[in-house]
Design a binder for this molecule. Structure first.
Ligand code: F6P
Length: 467
């Protein structure tokens, strides 16, 4: 059997709580198969020059972790710069927040080339290589340029915007053409597939061959949606463990006469956090019976705080939360509990289960695994209600959630009110349907179906190396 080699910018670090669904999902996938996990060590170290990081190897069970440090310049241009100040906003439809600098794209190319050089000697002939996310789009073409002939698949965890938004990216022809070095490209949703398909046809003059196959520049590309899932059994086990149970019991006691609403996110402008707070304010205004009885717990874990747009968001949110607590709070009740820290993963199922409403309301999101975790954590006899943005990839699958438009403050307040008042039988029915789908399309289904598709016979066109 071929060894699995996973490459991602961020690896799960057993010593630190994970922020972001990608590292958790990959950790859980690799735990099943074993293999090699390659990526950034999370350390910025100036001992080496740009593009010259050192590789560290260690074992974690059946997985070998191979990580590379980044030099300060590489970190600033590749990670903070091109990945998080260019690709992240553009792929989340936020051209207004993109900060295009040629040093950023140079750093991005340099780090991708360095990753290819460091990874190549660790590869075996029959390895299957699976590269993840927007940090590493050109990695396969760098590997191919060094002579790598193994199968390489790519999975993009974030959304693909419509073609004209992508075309605003100054280097889009180079970036998107580098996708042709992959044998298979996986995306989160059908909407993403349709956007990339239109881009390939209109901007790359690709020929559509059917079954998600496209020919361009003498190469063939396969495109397919593989919506990522969670490890349902593992999350259920976590929910039954003492720390989750204690968290739930403590919250039940503290809020015995109140209803809890919950949001858990990275503090990111794509997550629609201020919009959610305004909708909560609107709920208190329009439906005053919720004053003194509803409390919103908002956990927004720190993320990319050296990037300006994130620092601005933090300031905005702190002002907003302070104002609402000041305007509506009382001696015995505060409407909002805003926590700007990472909450231990072990406590998440307890927090979800204690909450009558789960608010997952991003402005745009690749998938959003918190939506799935919230549903799995519920008591099927007395489940809470998921209020989900229609702009999260998860909305394609989770149609029985209350779907909302996060830009519509009043509509969202109405949906929260509906969730708070929803009769038991309706909550049970919606929950049962959501559970079925989440169970069927779990993280193991995602890994298996992607890897099976990647192992399928080679394309009709013999893929020549990219020049
Ligand atoms: O899931 C999207 C994603 O950008 C991952 O690629 C990333 O690891 C995660 O969110 C958290 O962000 P960061 O690695 O920048 O802390």
């Amino acid at each position: 059997m071929s060894r699995l080699v996973v490459v991602s910018n961020r690896l799960a670090d057993p010593r630190k709580p994970a922020a972001g669904g990608l590292a958790v999902a990959l950790g859980e996938s690799l735990a099943r198969t074993g293999g090699l996990w390659f990526g950034w060590s999370g350390t910025v170290d100036d001992a080496a020059g740009p593009g010259e990081g050192q590789v560290h190897m260690r074992k974690a069970g059946s997985v070998t972790l191979a990580t590379v440090d980044l030099n300060q310049e590489d970190f600033a241009t590749y990670y903070q710069g091109y990945a998080n100040s260019v690709l992240w906003p553009v792929f989340h439809y936020r051209l207004d927040l993109a900060d295009f600098h040629s040093a950023y794209v140079d750093g991005y190319r340099r780090v991708n080339r360095m990753f290819a050089q460091k990874l190549l000697p660790l590869l075996r002939d029959d390895d299957t290589i699976w590269i993840h996310d927007y940090h590493l789009i050109p990695l396969a073409s760098e590997l191919r340029a060094l002579g790598c002939r193994q199968r390489i698949g790519f999975f993009l965890h974030i959304p693909v915007p419509p073609p004209l938004i992508l075309a605003a990216l100054p280097h889009h022809p180079w970036l998107m053409r580098s996708l042709l070095a992959y044998d298979l490209v996986g995306l989160q949703s059908q909407a993403d597939v349709s956007h990339l398909r239109r881009y390939l046809l209109s901007e790359m003059q690709a020929e559509e061959l059917g079954d998600g196959r496209f020919a361009a520049h003498g190469r063939e590309l396969r495109l397919q949606a593989f919506p990522i899932g969670i490890d349902v059994q593992e999350f259920e086990r976590l929910g039954a463990a003492p720390e989750a149970v204690q968290t739930r019991t403590a919250l039940h006691q503290e809020y015995s006469r109140r209803q809890l609403l919950l949001g858990i996110d990275r503090l990111d402008y794509s997550k629609g956090i201020p919009q959610r707070v305004r909708a909560f304010q609107q709920l208190l205004e329009k439906y005053p019976e919720n004053r003194h009885s509803a409390t919103l717990i908002m956990i927004a874990s720190p993320s990319r705080d050296d990037v300006n747009a994130y620092a601005d968001l933090r300031q905005e949110l702190e002002g907003l939360c302070g104002a609402i607590n000041g305007d509506y709070g009382d001696l015995d009740w505060m409407p909002l509990r805003y926590i700007h820290r990472v909450v231990a993963r072990r406590r998440v199922p307890g927090l979800c289960r204690a909450s009558r409403v789960g608010l997952v309301t991003p402005l745009r999101d690749g998938m959003n695994l918190v939506a799935k975790e919230y549903v799995v954590a519920q008591d099927p006899e007395d489940p809470g209600v998921l209020v989900l943005s229609r702009f999260a990839g998860a909305a394609e699958q989770l149609q029985e959630a209350l779907l909302v438009n996060p830009y519509d403050t009043e509509g969202m307040a109405d949906a929260i009110q509906t969730a708070l008042r929803m009769p038991l039988h309706e909550r049970q029915q919606r929950h049962a349907r959501l559970m079925e789908r989440i169970r069927e399309h779990d993280v193991h289904w995602w890994r298996r179906s992607f890897l099976e598709a990647l192992a399928a016979p080679a394309p009709a066109i013999l893929n020549p190396p990219l020049e």
